[in-house]
Ligand binder design. Sequence first.
Ligand SMILES: *[C@@H]1O[C@H](CO)[C@@H](O)[C@H](O)[C@H]1NC(C)=O
Ligand SMILES: *[C@@H]1O[C@H](CO)[C@@H](O)[C@H](O)[C@H]1NC(C)=O
Ligand SMILES: *[C@@H]1O[C@H](CO)[C@@H](O)[C@H](O)[C@H]1NC(C)=O
Ligand SMILES: *[C@@H]1O[C@H](CO)[C@@H](O)[C@H](O)[C@H]1NC(C)=O
Ligand SMILES: *[C@@H]1O[C@H](CO)[C@@H](O)[C@H](O)[C@H]1NC(C)=O
Ligand SMILES: *[C@@H]1O[C@H](CO)[C@@H](O)[C@H](O)[C@H]1NC(C)=O
Ligand SMILES: *[C@@H]1O[C@H](CO)[C@@H](O)[C@H](O)[C@H]1NC(C)=O
Ligand SMILES: *[C@@H]1O[C@H](CO)[C@@H](O)[C@H](O)[C@H]1NC(C)=O
Ligand SMILES: *[C@@H]1O[C@H](CO)[C@@H](O)[C@H](O)[C@H]1NC(C)=O
Ligand SMILES: *[C@@H]1O[C@H](CO)[C@@H](O)[C@H](O)[C@H]1NC(C)=O
Ligand SMILES: *[C@@H]1O[C@H](CO)[C@@H](O)[C@H](O)[C@H]1NC(C)=O
Ligand SMILES: *[C@@H]1O[C@H](CO)[C@@H](O)[C@H](O)[C@H]1NC(C)=O
Length: 503
Amino acid sequence: MAFIVLRPFFLLCLLVLLTCTASLLSHDEECLALFQFKQTIHHQNYDADGFQKFESWSNISNSDCCLSDGVVCSKGHVIGIDWSGRNLTGVINSSSTLFELAHLQILNLSMNNFVESRIPPEIARLKQLRHLDLSYSGFNGHIPNEFSHLMLLSSLDLSRNPLKLPNPGLEYLLKNMTSLEFLDLSGVDISVGSGSFSSVPRFLANFSSLRHIELRDCQLRDEFPSAVFHLPKLKHLSMGNNSNLTGFLPEFHNTSLLEKRYLFSTGFAGIIPESISNLNHLKVLSLQICHFSWHIPGSLHNLTHLTYLGLAENELAGLVPSLVSLSKVTILDLPYNKFEKGSMYGWINKLTNLNELYLDSMNIHDEILPYLANLTKLSIVSMSQNFIYGSIPSSFTNLTQLIVIDLKINQLQGQIFSSFLKFKSLEYLTIGYNKFNGTVGLESFLGLNKLEVLSIDQNSLSFVTTSNYTNATLPELSLLGLSSCNLKGFPAFLRFQTKKWKP
Ligand SMILES: *[C@@H]1O[C@H](CO)[C@@H](O)[C@H](O)[C@H]1NC(C)=O
Ligand SMILES: *[C@@H]1O[C@H](CO)[C@@H](O)[C@H](O)[C@H]1NC(C)=O
Ligand SMILES: *[C@@H]1O[C@H](CO)[C@@H](O)[C@H](O)[C@H]1NC(C)=O
Ligand SMILES: *[C@@H]1O[C@H](CO)[C@@H](O)[C@H](O)[C@H]1NC(C)=O
Ligand SMILES: *[C@@H]1O[C@H](CO)[C@@H](O)[C@H](O)[C@H]1NC(C)=O
Ligand SMILES: *[C@@H]1O[C@H](CO)[C@@H](O)[C@H](O)[C@H]1NC(C)=O
Ligand SMILES: *[C@@H]1O[C@H](CO)[C@@H](O)[C@H](O)[C@H]1NC(C)=O
Ligand SMILES: *[C@@H]1O[C@H](CO)[C@@H](O)[C@H](O)[C@H]1NC(C)=O
Ligand SMILES: *[C@@H]1O[C@H](CO)[C@@H](O)[C@H](O)[C@H]1NC(C)=O
Ligand SMILES: *[C@@H]1O[C@H](CO)[C@@H](O)[C@H](O)[C@H]1NC(C)=O
Ligand SMILES: *[C@@H]1O[C@H](CO)[C@@H](O)[C@H](O)[C@H]1NC(C)=O
Ligand SMILES: *[C@@H]1O[C@H](CO)[C@@H](O)[C@H](O)[C@H]1NC(C)=O
């Protein structure tokens, strides 16, 4: 039996005799090395499906490792291991037999739990590696310098591990990886190096295969080389959360394939050029918490594929132009700029795909709420610190998906609805510091079991609590604002509140 099973491989080896002799290990030896590697790691969750699959391959000498879960072979050699998302744990150290698999081109151990492991320098022995994915897998310590020998890599993902990149830094690491298409080092601390070792290397702009660059939360420094924006295949550029990384947006050409651009929380400054409208494929533009100044370019309305527009917390001035043509936008995030007093009547009501609308501190002097009636997909309305007047219209109850309503610090007046009960998903309601008057009762909030934050303070309201509630109908609040609410006694329902405030 064993003879019959082995024969095809014997023949295969004869056929590819040249490659077989060039390799260090035979097919069986590779399977043994893989098996020994597998024995050093184990599955955390003994009940899961993944565990069954993983463990079913228990005795290598009886079976062909190429047939086992997540293993790919070519010409009798193990060229791929994909054990991603299997809840694996264990220690991979320098003597691991993994590093004997010299033909390995794909290694995917992402989404596991190797918290006791560092990445051994011996990884550099896997010189044929094209795709290396160790993201979300707990590896810690330093990224070994020997990584730079992996010159054939086309995708490298070490993101979301507690890793550090020491001297000589990013430049040394990437210099020889000229075939890179996909690079994600998000969460790797690159500040450990000194001087220019924490900056983004200029030569990245010459890596013409790059289509995905993600270096979020890397503690990068210095000026970002703008030429990188012009990489011909670049679709995804994500440099967010690097507050010491400075840079400017270049003039854009209409040959760009860029779809997603995240630069939030960086030191980028200067203007947003009109030529941004040349980015015909752009879907995500995330420029929050930078230092952009001047105006929102009028040409922005040409970016009709945008689903996400984030410009909050910059120094943008002038008027917000009509964005009526951005009909696919689901998230509009513009707060805390220096916009002039303007009106949004003409267009905001047409953006019917909006899920999240953030317009805080935007100098809005409109009676804007009636214009939201058709935006029935809204889950977040955040418009605090404006001069919005009028009352909350009854059409507002059309917005039954709302989770967050933040209208604090405005000029709103009139009665509050007798009932917010239509908002079954409501978690956050703050309407303090307005001019609401009349009475509002506890029963307006009974049954809103997801409500966590309720703040109606500093109005001309009187808050009355009835007593016919049951514990089951009370929301479990973590924040309640009732100051200046004309309370006539201590609200009895508070005795049944158990949550601690989570800031
Ligand atoms: C490497 O790990 C294996 C088991 O996982 C262990 O037997 C061996 O002693 C370790 N070697 C070193 C050098 O730590
Ligand atoms: C991984 O293990 C943890 C606990 O050990 C378990 O809660 C989780 O559901 C597991 N995940 C998978 C994908 O099996
Ligand atoms: C693998 O199979 C061989 C022969 O069939 C047997 O002698 C050996 O004990 C098995 N090893 C394991 C780990 O099950
Ligand atoms: C690794 O596996 C994950 C999950 O299956 C997948 O999303 C990712 O694209 C894979 N990485 C590579 C380099 O193939
Ligand atoms: C990069 O490649 C060059 C030429 O092949 C080699 O001399 C150099 O040592 C390599 N650099 C690194 C950091 O591996
Ligand atoms: C930014 O640079 C300053 C001065 O070098 C340093 O103190 C700070 O920790 C840096 N911040 C980040 C997020 O890297
Ligand atoms: C973009 O919009 C401007 C007007 O703001 C228009 O003149 C221009 O032709 C548009 N460009 C493209 C590429 O559609
Ligand atoms: C809501 O949509 C209807 C039908 O499309 C339209 O007639 C109405 O004017 C819209 N209301 C607002 C406030 O935009
Ligand atoms: C919104 O509410 C108003 C009044 O309550 C109603 O006339 C209108 O048909 C509703 N619109 C939608 C889109 O449900
Ligand atoms: C609320 O205030 C308005 C004037 O702003 C007033 O006309 C109305 O009578 C007040 N309502 C109550 C219930 O106090
Ligand atoms: C509480 O009592 C009032 C009138 O007495 C009634 O209208 C209301 O529906 C009651 N609320 C609940 C939650 O039972
Ligand atoms: C609410 O529950 C507490 C104990 O969990 C109980 O003492 C109290 O009587 C209940 N109150 C109401 C109104 O159901």
